[in-house]
Ligand binder design. Structure first.
Ligand SMILES: Cc1cc2nc3c(=O)[nH]c(=O)nc-3n(C[C@H](O)[C@H](O)[C@H](O)COP(=O)(O)O)c2cc1C
Length: 407
């Protein structure tokens, strides 16, 4: 089933059911313009034969970055490097979609001491995030314009679709969640109001890209926090998304405060969840009952037979996979054809809870850089080295941005 095409509502066809889900690359300089490393990385990923690639977070505002090394699209200029990246990502007839994003309060202090968010609710995590300011009406309008402009640039550069990032606690997810959205105006309060920003963005993006261009949304099944965006609310938002005419819904979950999308892997996963292999599949089955939108679940898929069966059973239309595109890169081709059944979980763990997340992020960041440089993936890094690489990388690039500006 994985190696069969998928037709989207807009008419686009994806050649198979595997998607390389978004992984932040952290490879840009402070200008945010792509470079040859990114081009090489996406060419290498395209060579796996995956039907769809979704880029890591591409930011619409250089003062609100998820990582100091993000790609940025905040003007109408289509740099030749964007075209080169789009070309590289589709050399095997793959689709390459850009994940458009705004980090809101999840912008580290290295990049911005006072980021903007739905409300003034600070992200408390190792003192890394400043207290946000609440967005004004004009800030919100700028965000809508920013997403629409980025989508226009992506289409102009030759990318074959866009994904609006409304999951994982970034700005649109901050607006959706009652924990981070305390607004009393038309952008806060009821679920209709909290969803207004996401739906307004989809409308404007559709106007920019026309009816034939794929638009996807990445949405949380839930925040997994008491009082946060719940499964029931997510179901209601999905009904609204169906009306808005998107082409693929990707389901994930969690925020920086509850990183379920990242750490639920291998030994961190509850037995019951591991048996299900893919953590958001139960939720997808509920979603299936209320929508005919094409569905993709990301997180935990590692075996061909399980992934194929999820499609065959009609639970999902596409399998989203991220980490194996680093750790099992040479096996992805076989996974698509069915010759490789199992992508072993090759992540190395520290055993030190406080260090785990940063060390793991460093491990992936280092190896994404290696793939982008044409090197082999390396597993024997020390965990402390991985964590240090990560923090140094974000700190140095973030400070360079502060000192020298970002244009
Ligand atoms: C290194 C790394 C970077 C990530 N960056 C992003 C990102 O930019 N945008 C996003 O939506 N998800 C991001 N994710 C989450 C993945 O898309 C995916 O949801 C998660 O890794 C679970 O899938 P997996 O079990 O197949 O790895 C990232 C994950 C990793 C490991």
């Amino acid at each position: 089933m994985i190696n069969t095409p998928l037709a989207l509502p807009c008419g686009a066809i994806i050649k198979n059911r595997l998607c390389k889900a978004a992984m932040t690359e952290r490879l840009c300089s402070r200008t945010g313009i792509p470079n040859h490393k990114l081009t090489h990385l996406y060419k290498r990923w395209a060579e796996t034969g995956t039907g769809l690639q979704i880029t890591g977070n591409v930011m619409i505002d250089r003062n609100h970055l998820e990582s100091a090394g993000n790609i940025i699209i905040d003007s109408d200029v289509i740099h030749p490097e964007f075209k080169a990246l789009a070309e590289a990502g589709k050399i095997q007839g793959n689709h390459i979609w850009v994940q458009i994003s705004h980090s809101g309060r999840q912008t580290s202090r290295f990049v911005n001491l006072k980021p903007k968010s739905a409300s003034e609710v600070q992200l408390k995590k190792m003192g890394l995030f400043g207290k946000p300011r609440s967005m004004t009406e004009s800030d919100i309008k700028d965000v809508i314009v920013g997403f629409a402009r980025a989508a226009r640039v992506c289409k102009g550069a030759g990318f074959t679709g866009v994904q609006i990032h409304a999951a994982h606690g970034y700005l649109l997810s901050q607006f959706l969640s009652p924990i981070t959205n305390h607004r009393k105006d038309q952008w806060g309060g009821s679920l209709d109001n909290r969803s207004r920003l996401l739906l307004s963005i989809i409308d404007e993006v559709r106007k920019e890209v026309g009816p034939d261009f794929p638009i996807s949304v990445k949405l949380n099944s839930a925040d997994f926090q008491r009082g946060g965006f719940s499964e029931e609310e997510s179901i209601e938002v999905i009904k609204m998304l169906e009306e808005s005419g998107i082409d693929l819904l990707e389901i994930s979950g969690g925020t920086y405060e509850k990183v379920v999308f990242f750490l639920m892997n291998g030994e961190n996963t509850r037995e019951s969840t591991r048996r299900r292999e893919a953590y958001f599949l139960d939720f997808a089955e509920k979603v299936r009952e209320i929508t005919s939108l094409p569905l993709m679940v990301t997180g935990g898929f590692r075996t061909h037979s399980f992934s194929s069966k999820a499609i065959e059973d009609g639970a999902i239309d596409m399998v989203g996979m991220a980490r194996p595109f680093i750790t099992n890169l040479d096996e992805i081709k076989g996974f698509i054809s069915g010759d490789t059944e199992n992508l072993l979980d090759l992540v190395i763990r520290t055993g030190v809870a406080d260090l785990e997340e940063t060390a793991e992020a460093g491990f992936y960041a280092r190896n994404i850089l290696r793939i982008a440089q044409g090197k082999e993936v390396k597993f024997k890094f020390s965990s402390v080295g991985n964590a240090t690489f990560f923090v140094k990388h974000e700190f140095v690039k973030g400070m360079a941005r502060r000192i020298f500006g970002s244009k």
